[in-house]
Design a protein around this ligand. Structure first.
Ligand code: G3I
Length: 372
């Protein structure tokens, strides 16, 4: 998947770096040794402060017993990396296949983990038949039917759903900052509130989340996107739409400057809407880093600590999830490989399932967070 313009801008513009805002916790004291405090799992470090920690689940990866045991030992919530998207769920316009989603649900509950759904409405991961079947005349019915059938299938069992994913793109030029997705084109901007109402009707118990990417970097293009997100969520709340939280995906570049006054103000404005904040897909890309593995690992760990400590200063942050637990199965190997061809190292366990300094950094950030 090629980098979007935003991802390229974020990755390169921040390479020159800018002054870190005063609110970013210092990380000098952080021990980035690889000897994580393994007496407790990351989930236990988090739970001690009332935070739920987990990761994205990939069926093929969980067939690796060592990795499956690691996920089960470290996590208290799981989310399908892809299993509940339209492509695997919808082999045909009139058929649903819950095989992947049910497998990951069974894995989660059999290991005492909660389960969250990702994602009901997105412009990507659509099945091959979608674009020549769904049109302005049937898109609303197709979307609402999908939400109703899928959410009812897991009703009462789902911790939360990413109802709508990545619906914003101010660069598309709309005053409301909405992305020009097929859903917007075929249904109109009200598709978002329709999706949330349908999900709530199908499972009143599930928390309903709006999930978005690239809201974290402390730079001007991102500020435009944050303002669009705030306007969207404020509008939904004003209309009484059943929305319970914002998911910040938190796919960061190691050199991204995060944790400044712009993000701080945004998080407080989101919390003032009585919305929870979930960190839904956290990983820290070492794609542009140079130097030894040890020095790269320390830079990645430092960014985990700085970002997570900053975010956890807000008690609205209730859930923290990484996008995979080990470099052995990260999407970044395929979608953001290092130019020098060396393995990427974005996650708290390396490809040999050994804890990296990032593990220590995440544990330290939980330990230093206030209870919620
Ligand atoms: O399942 C098929 C398999 O049958 C086939 O043989 C194979 C051929 O390449 O493709 C498999 O599907 C792949 C799928 O992941 C499952 O592994 C798709 O090609 C591939 O495009 C898909 O990529 C996922 C991507 O979302 C698109 O759905 C990544 O693994 C996943 O990490 C990524 O996650 C997204 C979040 O959902 C939303 N936020 C951004 C994040 C990163 O892009």
């Amino acid at each position: 998947m090629a980098l979007s313009r935003r991802e390229f801008l974020v990755g390169s513009a921040t390479a020159c770096g800018t002054l870190l805002a005063m609110t970013v916790p210092r990380s000098e004291g952080l021990s980035t040794s690889t000897q994580g405090d393994s007496s407790k799992s990351l989930a236990e470090h988090a739970a001690a402060k009332g935070i739920l920690f987990g990761t994205a689940l990939r069926g093929s990866a969980l067939k690796d017993p060592a990795y499956a045991n690691l996920v089960a030992s470290q996590c208290k919530i799981g989310v399908p990396e892809s299993g509940l998207k339209w492509e695997p769920l919808r082999p045909a316009p009139d058929r649903y296949d819950f095989g992947a989603g049910d497998y990951l649900y069974q894995f989660s509950i059999s290991h005492g983990m909660k389960y969250r759904g990702h994602t009901l409405v997105w412009e990507q991961a659509l099945p091959p038949w979608f674009h020549n079947t769904v049109n302005a005349g049937n898109a609303k019915a197709m979307m609402l039917d999908h939400i109703s059938v899928v959410v009812r299938h897991y009703a009462g069992k789902m911790h939360s759903w990413d109802v709508v994913n990545e619906a914003l793109e101010p660069d598309n030029g709309r005053p409301d900052g909405l992305k020009n997705t097929p859903w917007l084109q075929m249904i109109g901007p009200e598709y978002i509130e329709m999706a949330f109402h349908a999900a709530h009707e199908a499972d009143p118990k599930a928390m309903l989340i709006y999930n978005e990417n690239w809201l974290e970097p402390e730079d001007r293009p991102t500020e435009k996107k944050r303002q669009a997100a705030l306007a969207l969520l404020t509008g939904l709340k004003k209309k009484g739409v059943p929305i319970h939280g914002l998911g910040l995906q938190s796919h960061l570049f190691a050199e991204t400057v995060v944790g400044g006054p712009n993000l701080a103000r945004f998080l407080d404005q989101i919390a003032d809407l009585d919305l929870a904040i979930f960190i839904t897909e956290m990983d820290i890309r070492d794609q542009h880093l140079v130097g030894s593995v040890e020095s790269r690992d320390k830079t990645v760990a430092r960014k985990y600590y700085e970002y997570l400590s900053f975010m956890l200063q807000r008690k609205a942050v209730k859930v923290v999830m990484t996008w995979g637990l080990s470099d052995r199965y990260t999407w970044l190997s395929q979608f953001s490989p290092r130019p020098d061809g060396s393995p990427v190292r974005p996650l708290p366990y390396d490809a040999d399932l050994k804890p990296t300094p990032a593990w220590n950094a995440i544990a330290a950030a939980f330990d230093q967070a206030s209870e919620r």
